[in-house]
Design a protein around this ligand. Structure first.
Ligand SMILES: Nc1ncnc2c1ncn2[C@@H]1O[C@H](COP(=O)(O)OP(=O)(O)OP(=O)(O)O)[C@@H](O)[C@H]1O
Ligand SMILES: [Mg+2]
Length: 556
């Protein structure tokens, strides 16, 4: 045992009455000390012990792993907080921790030469008093140091035990506080992550009733938090996802598994959006499912781009195939037509034979027309581009259109001043506009208005990305707008596709818009459609601006 210096006669004599009263007062103060900041409590305790025992220093030190951390050190009538640390093993406190009991040493600096805090204070006598936690482990050691021999009576130990209890409580309280703070910081961090996540997050209870939605979810769906909390994600159902998909989802997550998949959902506005979902059960500490967590990403735009890319690739493929055939076919037709013309010349005497030949020639001419369209679609038609004065071209054309279109179709032109000149084949521009106008006519069986608008358009890199396969630059835009039936999305998506038509067999070849598209692309520009079912259609052709003659006076 360590009580080497205890006199054989038993405890030291009681302190005089005044001293007793002083000690009792300190104990009373200790018991009344309010639990404020634990560090303040440590400070007061170190000071009280220093004053009661009249030692040269009191080090109140917490054991943290293999370190001894000095929470408060009382010395020369003053207290220093957070006074550094020291490896526990080299200090006499290690023996206190091991025995969970008081240890008293004299010549302590000699015995523990590696403990700096002893040497610094020229400690001769040491009394280490443990502070136990509720689990019986030593949480802290109060070291009383004196530069001269110091006796510690049983009463002293009793008093130190009382201090030790309070220190133990305070250390536990401090650790709890720290843990709670850490917990709160963690929760704050997590909630910031959830709030700012680029994914929409939904948390429901086990019945699927929504308890939380992230701001991103509100942004995507257009709902407000009040509108969705307390309801189920069924409000997002579009009716476009088969019921068994939801059943499978529900089966998996209630069985404790994760479900991943794509759902076509409906926003508050009624618009549809594609959500890539990752839905998983959340369990409590006992492993029971308490919530479901859905993390969803709006993939509508991504899908749109993918679809668009697929369409472009498909059109390229069809165009190439058709164009390759058309090229050879055209040569064959030239030969056939030449021969038919010779035959017609030599069948003056035989009207019946001549009629056959003429009918064959007329079919061959139509076939040649078709092949020309195919060449246009595949961007292989011979073009004769020149600088064009679009204003003049459009005026000529509208005159012609007025004569060809039905009288119930009004034609309007919007032509601003200072238009740029474009570089393109004028004959083909005219053909393209005619094509678009014929479509507009078909879309307005009960009459309407056809608007032809010209404009200068400058596309920067960011702007050009908004238009399918457009490059940045200056363009002259020709827009033709009708007030007709418009197109449903599935038709609009395919309108530029060669051979795509919604018209009855024999009425349309489905090559009109695809030749427009092919021509615009071949000319260094592009074409696009803006349409909505029931709300009319605008087809825009963008032709590259003439660069060389930029400074020439405008043609009108
Ligand atoms: N202005 C429009 N309004 C409504 N739908 C249109 C309009 N323009 C084109 N469409 C739709 O796009 C389809 C494709 O048009 P496109 O001009 O390529 O072929 P088409 O008109 O059917 O046949 P073709 O032009 O060869 O006679 C049309 O069948 C029609 O469904
Ligand atoms: Mg057409």
């Amino acid at each position: 045992m360590s009580h080497k210096r205890r006199p054989a006669s038993g405890p030291k004599e009681s302190a005089p009455a005044a001293e007793q009263i002083r000690r009792l007062k300190k104990l009373y103060a200790l018991s009344m000390m309010l639990s404020g900041d634990p560090l303040d409590v440590f400070k007061s305790i170190a000071q009280m012990i220093g004053e009661i025992f009249g030692v040269s220093a009191v080090c109140l030190s917490e054991i943290r792993g293999d370190q001894l951390r000095f929470l408060s050190v009382y010395e020369n009538g003053a207290v220093t907080l957070d006074a550094g640390s020291c490896p526990l093993a080299v200090t006499p406190c290690a023996t206190v921790e091991k025995s969970k009991d008081f240890r008293v040493y004299d010549r302590v600096t000699e015995r523990f030469p590696d403990a700096r805090f002893l040497k610094d204070r020229h400690a001769y006598a040491y009394c280490g008093s443990p502070a136990l936690g509720s689990d019986g482990k030593v949480l802290a050691v109060t070291c009383l140091l004196d530069s001269k021999p110091h006796e510690f009576s049983d009463e002293d130990r009793e008093l130190l035990r009382i201090f030790g209890q309070r220190i133990g409580m305070e250390i536990e309280r401090r650790r709890l506080l720290e843990e709670r703070e850490r917990g709160e910081r963690e929760i704050q961090k997590l909630s910031r992550i959830v709030e700012q996540s680029p994914c929409a997050i939904v948390i429901t209870d086990t019945d699927g009733v929504i308890e939380y939605v992230s701001p991103k979810f509100l942004e995507v769906t257009g709902y407000s938090a009040q509108e969705v909390i307390g309801r189920t994600p069924a409000i997002l159902k579009s009716g476009m996802t088969p019921a068994d998909k939801y059943e499978e989802l529900w089966r998996r997550i209630t069985a404790g598994h994760e479900w991943r998949g794509d759902l076509l959902n409906r926003k508050k506005s009624g618009d549809l959006y594609w959500a890539r979902e990752n839905i998983s059960p959340i369990r409590d500490a006992r492993g029971e499912i308490t919530h479901f967590l859905a993390i969803e990403e709006d993939t509508t735009e991504q899908r749109r781009i993918e679809d668009r890319l697929r369409d472009i690739q498909k059109m390229e493929a069809i165009g190439q195939l058709a164009g390759g055939m058309a090229h050879d076919f055209n040569n064959l037709l030239t030969v056939m037509m030449g021969n038919l013309e010779s035959i017609i010349e030599r069948t003056q005497a035989d009207p019946r034979l001549r009629a056959y030949a003429e009918s064959a020639l007329s079919s061959a001419t139509r076939a040649a027309d078709l092949t020309r369209k195919l060449l246009a679609v595949s961007r292989r038609q011979p073009l004769r581009p020149e600088t064009i004065d679009a204003e003049m071209l459009v005026s000529d054309l509208t005159g012609m259109l007025q004569a060809t279109l039905r009288t119930d179709i009004r034609i309007r032109t919007l032509i601003p001043r200072g238009l740029w000149q474009a570089y393109a084949d004028p004959g083909q521009v005219e053909a393209a506009l005619l094509n678009i106008a014929m479509n507009a006519r078909d879309a307005m069986p009960n009459g309407g208005t056809l608007t032809v608008e010209l404009a200068n358009v400058r596309l920067d890199a960011a702007e050009s990305r908004k238009h399918a396969d457009a490059r940045s630059g200056d363009y002259l835009m020709i827009a033709v707008t009708d007030t007709g039936a418009g197109m449903p999305p599935e038709v609009a998506a395919r309108a530029f596709e060669p051979f795509f038509t919604t018209k009855e067999p024999g009425k349309g070849t489905g090559l009109g818009l695809s030749t427009v598209h092919g021509f615009a692309r071949q000319s260094g520009g592009f074409a696009e459609i803006e349409t909505e079912r029931g709300a009319g259609t605008t087809v825009r052709i963008y032709l590259p601006r003439t660069v060389a003659r930029e400074l020439a006076p405008a043609g009108g």
